[in-house]
Design a protein around this ligand. Structure first.
Ligand code: CO
Length: 134
């Protein structure tokens, strides 16, 4: 079951500059900076209220975020809903015809289990589901 809005992710071409903006200009605290090697993505999380803003940047200049930035420059990349049972949600949504970018959940930032619903299944929006590590 979806239980919350875990985060909203913005793809940024200049990671340092974007982190500086959120810290210094917006006055938000950085919670964590983490490279997710499997996703070829560098991430930075800024908690706000019950959710977070995630900045995503290509790790070593490659991967899906690099392709996104090449195509569109920076922009709103995905939104992420928190799940209390990601397997059950994937099964339920698959039965309804939703397509996912991977067959099963993988490990993302903070060791959460994550899976992305294909934007074609959601009016062009990339939606991540995540189940935080226990
Ligand atoms: Co995310």
């Amino acid at each position: 079951m979806i239980t919350g809005l875990d985060h909203i992710a913005i793809a940024v071409p200049d990671f340092k500059k974007a982190i500086k903006r959120f810290m210094e200009d917006f006055g938000m605290n950085i919670d964590d900076r983490e490279d997710v090697v499997a996703a070829k993505t560098s991430t930075a999380f800024f908690p706000v209220a019950d959710t977070s803003v995630e900045l995503v940047h290509p790790l070593n200049g490659e991967g899906p975020i690099a392709a996104y930035l090449d195509k569109r420059g920076g922009g709103l990349h995905h939104i992420c809903f928190r799940s209390d049972d990601i397997e059950a949600d994937v099964e339920r949504l698959s039965e309804k015809g939703y397509q996912f970018l991977t067959d099963t959940p993988t490990f993302g930032a903070h060791n959460a289990r994550v899976i992305f619903i294909h934007p074609k299944s959601c009016d062009g929006v990339l939606i991540e589901l995540n189940q935080p590590a226990e």
